[in-house]
Structure formats: C-alpha cells, structure tokens
Ligand binder design. Sequence first.
Ligand SMILES: *Cc1c(COP(=O)(O)O)cnc(C)c1O
Length: 379
Amino acid sequence: MVTEALPMRVPMARPNTGTLELDLVGRALRSGTLSMGPYTLAFEEAFAELTGRAFAIACSSGTAALHLSVRALGLKEGQEVITTPFSFVASANCVLYERAIPKFADIEERTLGLDADQVQGAMSGRVAGILAVDVFGHPADHAALADVAARHDVWLLEDSCEGLGSSLLGQPLGSFGDAATFAFYANKQITTGEGGMVVTDNPDLAATMISQRNQGRDADGTWLRHTQLGYNYRLDELSAALGVAQLQRFQELQTGRSKVAEGYRRRLAGVPWLTVPSAQPGTEVDWFVYVVRLAPSINRDKVIADMARVGIPARPYFSPIHLQPFYAERFGYRAGDFPVTERIAGQSLALPFSSLHTESEIEMVVEALFDAVATQLGQ
Ligand SMILES: *Cc1c(COP(=O)(O)O)cnc(C)c1O
C-alpha cells in the first residue's frame, strides 16, 4: 500500500536539535556520569514545572512510562483497563504486560479521545482503571472521564505522549489523572532520542516508580538491595542532557510547529473534500502531527500511494489497535466493533510535519495532495 522504497523529497518528521543540544550532550559525556545523574534530575525538575506536577520520573521510553504507571497503580492479572482503540499500540500493550485486559471503548469525534458515555457503558466489577489518550495533542474530555473514574472508584491514567505543551481550560496536559505519561521519540514535541517521563502528584506512586525504574532498589538507591521486582527503565545522562536542552528551547520549538501548522491551515482550510485539524473551544493544541481528514468519497490509501509516487510521504494515522492482527486474533475483535474509531481512522491522513518543515516543503506536500485527489475527483 505505502511505497516505502522511493526516495522522499520531504521527510515525514525532522527532529529539531542544534548547538545547545550538542553542547549539553558533550558536557554530559565529558562529565563521566553516563547513567542517572545531574542532567536527569534537572530534566525531571524542569518537566515537573512545565506540567504543573509535584513529581516527574524520567525513564527509557514512553512505553516504559506507561508500564511503570500501571504497575504502580496496582494493576493485577485478570483485571480490566478501559482504554481507546484510536491510539498508538503501546497504550494498550502496557496493560497486557501485567496480564490484565485492555477493554476498548469508542472515541468521540469532537476530542478524538475516549467517549465518557462509552466508558461508562464498559464499566464492570473487574475494571481497575481508565487509560485515556490525548490524541495528536488534543485533550481528551478529562472532566467527564475523571467523573466516571470517581463514580466507580477506579484510577485514571493520562497517556499524554502526544500532548506536551497543549492545555485544557488553561491547565497543561499531563496534569490530569492520577498520573500521566510522556514520550520523547524523535518525532514528538521534544526528543531525547528515546525516552519517557511519568508525572504525578502522589508521593507513594512516585516512590514506587522511582524504585521500579531502577531494579526495585530502595528509594535511596542502595547498591544491590532490592525490595521489589523492578526493571532497568532508567534514562541515560546523554539523553537527559538532550532533554534539558530541548526544554530550554521549548518555546522556540513550539513556535516553529505552530508556524508549520498555520502554513498548512492557510492552504487547506475551506477545501471542500478535507477537514483541517482545529483546537476545540477551551483548548490550546501544541501540534504533534498534522492530521487532516479526507471526505469519505476519497480513497485515502490511493492518495497515499499517489503522493509517494512523487516523493511525498503521508500516513494513515492511527490504524485502530483492535484491528491489529495480534489484537484481532487474541481477542476476536472485528471491523465494525468501534465505528467512530474506524470511520475516523479510515479517513485520517498525517502530512509531513515538524518544527523545521519549510514553506516550500509545505507547498510541495499540498501540491502533491491536490494532484492525488484531483485524479479521484476526475479533474
Ligand atoms: C509515542 C507514544 C507512546 C510510546 O512512546 P515510546 O517512547 O515510543 O515508547 C505511547 N502512547 C502514545 C499515544 C504515543 O504517541
């Protein structure tokens, strides 16, 4: 379907790292402390401040952050977690790591996040928590989801791996729920190469995660004294130094992203066969990706193939989790199970995006998109 072999004229994403990153990573390297050290602490401190949380725990990936969170929240084998099929697979996989069951509920078109009514309908005595995702930087309906969680006395975990810098009614994403997770893969709002973060206001959760990130050592990190089962989910100092630099440049990166998003919006708003992404009232979105929705009459996958043929990448985003072969086989999910998710997933098209894409690259992407769609509209 997607032709990957052709050389692309525009990259799908491009990390924005420069001299500050080189400088701090170089300092970390020369310091001789290459695992957790002062840069990890500085990164955590700056991150807690940015998200308005009491504790920030750096770890090796967003997936590790999710796994640490569900374990610290006490998830047990056989319990269920209500979550969204319209996400990256890691937000459901972390539940399976604990031999618990991800129970999908459909999303709402408005927020692209979990529909609180569907979550309510999926509740049962086996449900331990709700795992909500802030999709593409759009806030989920956290007030309604917190309400359902409180009514049923279950925890709420916010996967904000795509939400850094966005806010809902003035409150930063990552500040909702019992804990929230972030990820720093190369295409995220900030990158550390690989890396992740959990934030929480709960000191007990924080202590558990700090210990389990580091092989289950006591909070004071005593050498070879392990009080619980843990992992090596530590972030290294080089990555943390990169993270410190990225946070120092956060506004600059944010401005770059919003310029690129505006470049697309200016060219695409009002086009009859496409919907541009927009922030819901009361929300501010720091775009993580730029995902447009094509009219149902347009064959999205053919558009992707036609764009690839002229060297412009574009992606379906997301491909629903419940229809991934592994999930469909293991749990018997089928097309039609989550209609809102499937409809939106079938029409969504992620365009090349980062804080560094230039006006001429945006122009090339838009031109390729128009040409690809024109062949279908018979123009
Ligand atoms: C990126 C992402 C993750 C996982 O992050 P990694 O660092 O790649 O492990 C989890 N959830 C969502 C929604 C993401 O976009």
